[in-house]
Design a protein around this ligand. Structure first.
Ligand SMILES: [Ca+2]
Length: 271
């Protein structure tokens, strides 16, 4: 009976980790993709895109700027990003699923800045492309090795790849760089790999890497990580292989026997 209770608690934790709350799957990368809406920022950082540039970013990837309705449809199934971006017709806003003091003025919905008269203002972009063929992927295995596109050949120019890693609630992710060779420049503006200790590329910035020196291992604080690789229009390099594996937090030593585990809830991971 106690085992059953523990197991039920575990299942509940697992469900919470995957983000079901009030019937909405929060921060779901899968559904976010299903909705075809995604967030993009400039290569040089947050809030650097004019309207024309934001349009060009989406069109470059074969999509277009999302409409308000498309952004709202994505929000309704859990798309939550704390960064204002251009939408179609010169509108600016961002989707908030979960109210928070630091984002969205404590409200949920599309935080709508309206249609901007000044199209030279700089924001991020919300693109819509239901058929997007990005490199990258979503990994939920307890370990995996992933590679730059085309590896062991050199990666190509103008790649945009996102890898989202999401492991079991209560586990952490350890990244180990096996091979690393990315065009080098002093600020890593040309080609780079970025690592985020988060489910998106807004929060939890860990580092931006280029060159051919192997970065040190990186261990997440929660059960999600995002990696983003961009290459520019010239000069490629050998690329990379990265292995991730999972580390159990102190309270969850043996993940192969779920009934015996007692996961700490609420301390680690995405709820
Ligand atoms: Ca390059």
């Amino acid at each position: 009976m106690i085992a059953l209770l523990l197991f039920s608690a575990l299942l509940w934790d697992q469900a919470a980790a995957w983000g079901f709350k009030d019937g909405v799957l929060h921060n779901s990368i899968w559904l976010e993709r299903a909705a075809g809406v995604y967030h993009r920022e400039s290569r040089s950082g947050k809030y650097r895109l004019t309207y024309a540039e934001a349009k060009a970013v989406c069109e470059y990837e074969g999509g277009h700027l999302a409409t308000y309705q498309q952004l709202e449809a994505a929000r309704k199934i859990g798309f939550h990003v704390c960064a204002a971006g251009w939408m179609a017709k010169g509108r600016v806003g961002y989707p908030i699923v979960k109210a928070g003091a630091n984002c969205g003025f404590g409200k949920t919905g599309i935080v709508d800045y309206g249609i901007r008269l000044n199209r030279s203002e700089r924001w991020d972009a919300y693109c819509y492309n239901p058929n997007g063929k990005e490199c990258g992927g979503v990994f939920t295995d307890s370990k995996h090795v992933f590679k730059s596109p085309g590896y062991p050949n050199e990666y190509e120019n103008e790649q945009i790849c996102y890898w989202h890693i999401r492991v079991r609630y209560g586990q952490r992710i350890q990244l180990q760089f096996l091979e690393f060779d990315v065009e080098e420049d002093t600020a890593c503006l040309a080609d780079f790999l970025e690592v985020y200790d988060s489910y998106d590329d807004i929060n939890g910035f860990v580092g931006r890497f280029c060159g051919d020196e192997l970065p040190d291992d990186i261990i997440s604080t929660g059960n999600v990580m995002t990696l983003k690789f961009l290459s520019d229009a010239s000069v490629t390099a050998g690329g990379f292989q990265i292995r991730y594996s999972t580390l159990d937090t102190a309270s969850s030593r043996n993940s192969s026997a779920p009934g015996k585990n007692n996961f700490l809830s609420g301390k680690f991971g995405i709820m």
